[in-house]
Design a protein around this ligand. Structure first.
Ligand code: AKG
Length: 311
């Protein structure tokens, strides 16, 4: 009885993912040539939870013209910033059967820039400024006037100001592994490019998860990275498949996912709706700002309980 009920639920979830694709999802992320008005943005993209690129959506930000390693060296070179360091570019990702988080280091911005342009050769590892605690408003407040911390058509459509504004800058080898967030994201590329691989929330039943022991990288005295268990964090459920090299023998259900690839170029904004899985690659030295708006709690609780069923 229980088995046939589970089979029925699984069939219905398969139908949902096929119907979502047929009814409203597109095989490519649409690109707008100019910013939408708030009502159009809300109706066509936010309400149906569909990503969209707004080409040139932030080209008026002074940062697009001004931001460069030299500008940062002069303006904020002496400021201390938080940097994620890994041996392989994968922070918050599975390695050797564990969910491994980066070593967080505090260093001067000029030191980070030296590492990025390879003039500091004593630092093995891949360095990425990627702290998602509204680090733009916290650690980079002296360059805040170079950007907008809220995008008017976005804030008006969501009816609220952003909860966090994050600054991202790093090595071309840094890859953000597949995950999803419960916030709405206006992802703005200020320099370089980012490549997102997206999976819609309706494909959740086909995304394989495993539970891993949490751990953290720690570089030892001879410069080698050790993986140290993080007992306080314990076990972490995480996406088990590598989107760049999926193991379909181990995770055959992943073949039912329909991934969508999109490149966000300098000056463009990607609206990344809440709950879409994303995997992110970037050009070397790419700089981005993500503007995040957290979904209401009630909505998140409703989604979580539906997801329990799917997983
Ligand atoms: O830019 C990146 O590397 C990851 C961005 C991301 O995952 C996010 O904004 O939620």
């Amino acid at each position: 009885m229980e088995g046939s009920l589970l089979a029925l639920i699984s069939q219905k979830l398969d139908d949902l993912s096929i119907e979502a694709r047929e009814l409203y999802l597109e095989s490519r992320v649409p690109r707008l040539k100019k910013p939408p008005n708030p009502l159009e943005f809300y109706r066509k993209y936010v309400s149906p939870n569909k990503p969209v690129i707004i080409e040139g959506g932030i080209t008026h930000w002074p940062g697009v013209r001004k931001w460069s390693p030299d500008y940062f060296r002069n303006k904020i070179g002496d400021q201390t910033v938080t940097v994620a360091v890994t041996p392989n570019g994968y922070a918050d990702a599975v390695n050797g059967g564990k969910f491994v988080m980066p070593e967080e280091r505090r260093m001067k911005m000029c030191q980070f820039l030296d590492i990025l342009d390879k003039s500091d050769r004593h630092n093995p590892g891949v360095f990425y400024i990627q702290k998602q605690n509204s680090n733009l408003t916290e650690e980079f407040s002296s360059i805040i006037e170079d950007v907008e911390t809220d995008i008017p058509w976005g804030s008006e459509a969501f009816g609220k100001l952003p909860d966090a504004v994050n600054f991202w800058m790093g090595d071309g080898r840094a890859i953000t592994s597949t995950h999803r967030d419960h916030y709405e994201n206006l992802y703005c590329v200020v320099k370089g490019w980012k490549k997102f691989i997206l999976i819609p929330p309706s494909d959740l039943p086909h995304v394989p998860y495993e539970t891993y022991q949490a751990a953290v990288y720690k570089q030892d005295d001879i410069g080698e990275f050790q993986i140290i268990d993080d007992e306080a964090t314990g076990q972490v459920p995480w996406v088990a498949v590598d989107l760049l090299n999926p193991d379909l023998e181990k995770y055959p259900q992943y073949a039912k996912c329909q991934t969508v690839e999109v490149t966000v170029r300098e000056g463009d904004v990607l609206y990344l709706p809440s709950l879409w899985f994303h995997h992110v690659q970037q050009s070397h030295g790419c700089i981005a700002v993500s503007i995040c708006l957290i979904m209401g709690n009630l909505c998140w609780e409703a989604v979580s309980s539906t997801e329990q069923l799917a997983l």
